[in-house]
Design a protein around this ligand. Sequence first.
Ligand code: GLC
Length: 431
Amino acid sequence: MKTRSTRAIPCAAVLTVGGLLLTACGSSGDGGSGQAGPASFEGRGPISYVAAKDTTGTIQPMIDRWNKQHPDEKVTFIQLPTDADAQRQQMIQNAETKSDAYTVLSLDVVWTSEFAAHQWIDRLPEKQFPLGKMLKPVVETAKYRDGLYAVPHSSDGGLLYYRSDLLKKAGVKVPPKTWAEMKDACAKVQKLPEGKGVSCYAGQFQKYEGLTVNFSEAVHSAGGVVTGPDGKPNVDTPEAKKGLDFLVGSLKDGTIPKKAVTYLEEDGRQAFQNGKLVFLRNWPYVYSHAQKSDIKGKFAVAPLPGLNGPGSSSLGGHNLAISSFAKNKATALDFIKFMSSEQSTETFLKEASLAPPYASLYDDRELIDQYPYLPVLKESILRAVPRPRVVPYGDVTASIQREAYAALTGSKSSAEALKALQADLQKSVAR
Ligand code: GLC
């Protein structure tokens, strides 16, 4: 993980909500509250939209639609790397140099507090967005200290993709609810002629944000926590160890193939689509890709498994924010309304299986016919555990990535890694 030094902002833990430590930071121009009122959104003209490289092929066509209707307010799509940490770094660099090159930012849900507290993004006029129609936990990710700083665009919940054809052949009737059941199912599949050379399971285990997601899911799915109900780190526990041990043990015994320590989302997706995996933990966007691949009709989706029963996902997703240093903010605000509208997010769901923020789309019969897993996804999102909502999120995730990766690659035992992680997290959130 590439770390960076941020502008020094004194932060203090102020309150905890749902086990999350919220942090207040003093900064210039807001009387030390860290929160300015909604900015004024003036100026019309060309703007840019900055997001991860589009692996779905749906973003540019949507921008083209906007551009056709707004010839004097055209949007240029700036695509950043697929690795979330690299996106964050480039956006921070843009903010630290106060550049106006980036206008609308597609922010990972875990960056809201950091970007808002540093005043790198503008507070938005909450009443202008249909937040009441959106899933509540998703809207929460766009807020910092009660102010709205971004608008939900796509949500994300972790899903267990599995080869339904192979499970059926092996006589496994229902997808596994526990890790042990998953290993059993794999052992049966691997005895089939078709199961030869097929690995059991993979997620995202490269040292980047995806590892923070997968580590947190393993810990939560074994009954542990990263931060406790009081918002304080509490990861050096027997429960958390069971979660990490599942990943470490699975790499050792071959349940997870060794090369998965280099996997980002796309690597796992390719391996699954190429028939190299029985099970894959990944986000909803994979569904639409896999339906267009050789495994079309041969896979299905289930909730993530856990130690003693269903596991829990980390809450993912992206929200749209306006860079404080941008020009043409009236255009930017309208573009956010367009991209986050029910109609646009329904298109992103239909064409690319991106999880919409709007609650009603999960209960739509026609959509469920196209995407039978929608009810599973809604549950996954509603039950998902947010990653720590703290201003020094960059430090928190860097620590998780470093220690989890050390355990996965065998340079530390699970116990040593969790002990070091607990000490590091305590330092980060105490600052
Ligand atoms: C997805 C999620 C995001 C997460 C990232 C990790 O893009 O939406 O929240 O941080 O994956 O790789």
